[in-house]
Ligand binder design. Sequence first.
Ligand code: UTP
Length: 461
Amino acid sequence: MTMRETEWRRKAKDVGQEHLFAFWDDLALDQRDMLLAQLASIDLDSVPTLVEKYVRNKPDFSPGGASIEPVNDYPNDHTNPRRAWDRAHYHALGEEMLRRGEVAAFTVAGGQGTRLGYDGPKGCYPGSAVRGRPLFECLSRWLVGAEKRYGHAVPWYIMTSPLNDEATRAFFSEHRNFGLDAANISFFQQGVVPSFDAASGRILLSDRHVIATNPDGHGGSLKALYASGALADMRGRGVRHISYFQIDNPLARAVDPVFLGLHAHAPDSSAQMSSKMVAKTEPGEKVGVFATIGGKVGVIEYSDLPGELASRRRADGSLVFNAGNVAIHALGVEFVEGLSRAGAGLPYHRAEKKVPHIDLETGRRVEPSAANGIKLETFVFDAISMCDASLVYETDRVDEFAPIKNASGSDSPQSSALLQTERAARWLESAGVRVPRKADGSPDCVLEIDPARAMRAEDLR
Ligand code: UTP
């Protein structure tokens, strides 16, 4: 027994995870090294707390006794009497930020994409309606367009995970970075957390010498932005604000001058973290909701929003708590730095999942047919309640929200293609083009518009 092994064995035992050495005697030397290296990369000291708090118990994220009010958002219709605002002014301010090179684009692409069931990073999935452009390319087109229009490149930061980093980088070089300058694209990896056995609280083994882990959630992006040096790189380039969006929404505006202008300059924004919302279609729609909770803006997950509040309506029939979270944010570089320096971690959320693993008795691999494991993830929107003030801007669902999450049905490639077509049809019609429509009003064609050519309907006129 080497000293290194003895130490790690003791440490694992101290935190109730000695079984991680169950197959040690049968492992080859390089496998032993791999196991020890993986142990060194995990914060073992935190494991007993994680098990107690998230595996044996379910933390309560419901708002409890705090007051819950709707958010005072900036409505999509800037002439709305509820809150009229000067759209052209903020658009001009946002364009100025882009001209000065103060904005970076940031895509979180470290997820496992299990629901889509695609073999590879989700960003490689052919997501655009007509040309089948990969999702990475759909988003890259905004940056190509912004550079042309504003005369300044928008640097692009892409978060991967240890599970898809290599494949993602290879995809970019295979596609020659989609026409972007490699010097303006940075990849960095998010962290991972061990996956646990729900019944025993033991960390699962995915192989006899490999600890089962999962990426630490999109909330891990804030820590990873700092730890990877991406924030320092942004500072060096004069970037002050980050445009944050997910890989799975091909309609996301990677750069949106109006939103950026509001985030950085609106009098009620702290310029720390701002968000886009779309109006929820029905009380049961499974999106988190922005609300003012105990006086501060935050997000309540759909499962935590009391039914009575979810279905409460205004006199005009619209939902009172309608501010659906579409996971598009703007973040101040200074804010993300401050959180990381202060070590202000985001809370974990637990998800019950099927986690393939090695049976400790037989050494055989088990492919569970029902959820057996607990995966822990942090969510980026939990940082909103850490802001001094946080702005919410309503955007049009058809303009900006066509997620690809599932293989079929809602939020699938098919539903996304219909939404992409509908948006393109509306833009074309507003420019005077006749688009054929079916009896039910839906376009009788398939369309997509390249953001490098038109970033908004007005650009087509
Ligand atoms: P989802 O919550 O939809 O998860 O991620 P997912 O992993 O892509 O898909 P499922 O749940 O396994 O089917 C929303 C966004 O957050 C990113 C994803 O890549 C996607 O852009 N994400 C999620 C990360 O970057 N890291 C994570 O750990 C989780």
